[in-house]
Write a protein that binds this ligand. Structure first.
Ligand code: 8YV
Length: 324
């Protein structure tokens, strides 16, 4: 019997996933949960057959150049894979997989959480109460913005955006418009209750809330730059559960300071775990620490999906979620 594949697991994973990995592979678990960093990743590429990696592992071309490289698979834990230079992986003959589908609902729920929090001033209200500043109910206290009847503009119409659209339209009575360079078929859009727009700029001009659902690619880097932020309606809100790189954080701070936007709600940041300090001082900004998929059920399902990909790879079968 041949030796079991060595799999370096770069971060702690929920217990059922770590057990499943240990049952199937020679799994090298990261007990103290510290990111490996470039040198640790190079060492993993030299010593393991596969890496089960996360958004905190920057697998750049330089890191992938580790010699002599033993690893042949990067099984990413997450649907987004902008932590991996996929072109460099392809050129070096490395396969890459991700974990779509299983995190769609959790991430859509979090986008709606952010939307409601920023519209209803939930973070601000909680801070106010915890600080002992609440003097009692009054009719004009901390009035927010109604979401029912408002227009939600979705940037991208993939799996997560569709789940957001369903919740927003059928659950909250919002009108939903979207732009996607590869839009769904008209019957799919009709079933979701969403209206396409040819140009991104139309969505930006029309929506009361903008929610970002595009992948982070060189093309979408700083998609929400100063010029595009200037197109938003006065009083609009920006929600980001996609990737921090899609928003120029400095331009966002400027737009918020100029009161062109009513607020922003962010789960992802340009330089995680750093957050532009000005954002932390603004009451109309909701900030969460990249919790989109952070439910027990979803994180177990993501891990199992990554395990499935590793298992299929070493059985010589097609990957379920091939990126490269
Ligand atoms: C993950 C995510 O928590 O899947 C994604 O793209 O952003 C999150 O669900 C993170 O990427 C883990 O690697």
């Amino acid at each position: 019997m041949s030796a079991r594949p060595v799999v370096v697991v770069t971060r702690r994973l929920p217990e059922p996933v770590e057990s499943e990995l240990a049952r199937n592979f020679d799994a090298r678990l990261n007990r103290d949960d510290r990111p490996l960093g470039p040198d640790g990743l190079r060492e993993a590429l030299r010593s393991a057959d596969a890496l089960l990696c996360t958004v905190t592992d920057k697998l750049t071309a330089d890191v992938l150049d580790a010699e002599p490289r033993r690893a042949r698979l990067l099984a990413n834990f997450g649907v987004g894979f902008n932590n991996i230079d996929v072109e460099a992986a392809r050129e070096r003959g490395l396969s890459v997989s991700n974990t779509p589908d299983v995190l769609t609902d959790a991430t859509a729920d979090l986008a709606l959480t952010l939307l409601l929090m920023v519209a209803r001033r939930a973070g601000e209200g909680e801070r106010h109460l915890r600080a002992g500043a609440w003097t009692g109910w009054r009719p004009t206290h901390m009035l927010g913005t109604q979401v029912s009847g408002k227009t939600l503009g979705l940037v991208g119409m993939g799996r997560i955006a569709r789940a957001v659209a369903r919740r927003a339209h059928h659950g909250f009575g919002m009108r939903v418009i979207f732009h996607d360079p590869y839009p769904p078929a008209p019957e799919v859009a009709a079933e979701l209750g969403v209206e396409p727009r040819e140009e991104l700029e139309q969505v930006l001009r029309e929506a009361d809330f903008i929610s970002l659902h595009c992948p982070a690619t060189p093309e979408t880097r700083h998609l929400m730059n100063r010029e595009r932020l200037a197109l938003l309606r006065p009083g609009a809100y920006l929600i980001n559960t996609a990737r921090g790189d899609v928003v120029d954080e400095a331009a966002l701070v400027e737009a918020l300071r100029a009161k062109r936007l009513a607020g922003a709600a962010l789960d992802v940041f340009e330089r995680e775990p750093q957050v532009t300090p000005a954002l932390c001082t603004m009451e109309n900004v909701v900030l969460l620490p990249h919790l989109g998929s952070a439910t027990q059920e979803t994180r177990v399902a993501m891990g199992m999906r990554a395990v499935d990909n590793v298992r299929l790879f070493f059985k010589g079968e097609p990957l379920r979620d091939r990126v490269v």
